[in-house]
Design a protein around this ligand. Structure first.
Ligand code: NAP
Length: 274
């Protein structure tokens, strides 16, 4: 049976085994998918040993996405742009392909939600790995403008230099930038219950807010703040998580599972556990 796993540290909390088990059951693929704990500083040894034990592919989570980038023999364009790899495929000829499916998963979720980007004023908050992964696919959707704000402004400016049409700045710059149609939280602020310092009138009429973090209820502190400041529709990042998994599954198995059904089941699973 073909073996896959999610590699990380920590990794036990990962929902990827549950998602891929649902994909496998739906598509009838002969495969298993588990978790692989990796000691810090031992990425290469851990990945090599999984491969020599018959592993066919890995998902990579914190903090090894850059190690996986260096480990791959060839990289997809989107992995090169993201500077990080969340999916490795071990090819029959012994080579390793590195991909990054986070951005595709994010855009797929916006499409599921029927939230258009084209012609919209978009604000992305954060300049870490998650922000880096979504900027190129967001830009390809042709927003009217894309503003990148980060607590450490120099990080946002450095990131924006890689994307010619993106303007970067601080949260203090936002009042002079007007309102936005789509505000995306790619910071880890919600993890610690912190909402970035946004102006009260940040949302344009009909605006939407997306938090990359996910919770059982689908709400985060940022999304609650958004709803109380004139935002019309909100979503957490569970759909993105399922979307990136679907892209990995397709890369490995050549088939595309029904992610909408899996998202519903996963939400119910998280709610039941909460
Ligand atoms: P990261 O590389 O550590 O970057 C964290 C970012 O958050 C930085 O820009 C940091 O600003 C900012 N930040 C942290 N605390 C803040 C605060 N209190 N106020 C304002 N800004 C703050 O993290 P990451 O990997 O990009 O992940 C970011 C979020 O995306 C996490 O919640 C993660 O769970 C989520 N995520 C979700 C998915 C999914 O599939 N749904 C996939 C990937 C990531 P500084 O630069 O100033 O430190």
């Amino acid at each position: 049976m073909d073996k896959y796993a999610v590699l990380g540290n920590p990794v036990n909390h990962s929902r990827s085994p549950a998602i891929h088990a649902m994909f496998r059951d739906e598509t009838g693929q002969d495969m298993e998918y588990g978790t692989l704990f990796c000691p810090l500083g031992s990425f290469r040894e851990t990945a090599d040993s999984f491969r020599s034990g018959g592993g066919r592919g890995l998902n990579i989570t914190v903090p090894f996405k850059e190690d996986a980038f260096r480990y791959a023999d060839t990289l997809t364009e989107r992995a090169k742009t993201a500077g990080a790899v969340n999916t490795l495929r071990f090819n029959d000829d012994g080579t390793v392909l590195g991909d990054n499916t986070d951005g595709a998963g994010f855009i797929a979720d916006l499409k599921r939600l029927k939230w258009p980007v084209s012609g919209k004023r978009v604000l992305v908050m954060g300049a870490g790995g998650a922000a880096r992964g979504i900027l190129m696919p967001l830009q390809e959707e042709r927003p009217l403008m894309l503003f990148l704000a980060n607590r450490t402004v120099s990080r946002a400016e450095a990131l924006a230099r890689e994307f010619p049409k993106i303007v970067a700045g601080s949260y203090e710059d936002l009042p002079s930038r007007g309102s936005f149609d789509l505000v995306i939280n790619a910071t880890s602020g919600s993890l610690s219950g912190t909402v970035p310092p946004l102006p009260d009138d940040i949302f344009a009429p009909g605006a939407r807010a997306y938090d990359l973090m996910y919770t059982p209820s689908g709400m985060t502190v940022f999304l609650e703040w958004a709803l109380s400041h004139g935002c019309c529709q909100v979503s957490d990042g569970l759909g993105m998580l399922v979307g990136q998994a679907k892209e990995s599954f397709r890369l490995w198995r050549g088939v595309s599972p029904d992610s909408e059904r899996v998202l519903k089941a996963l939400r119910e699973m998280l709610r039941a556990e909460a």
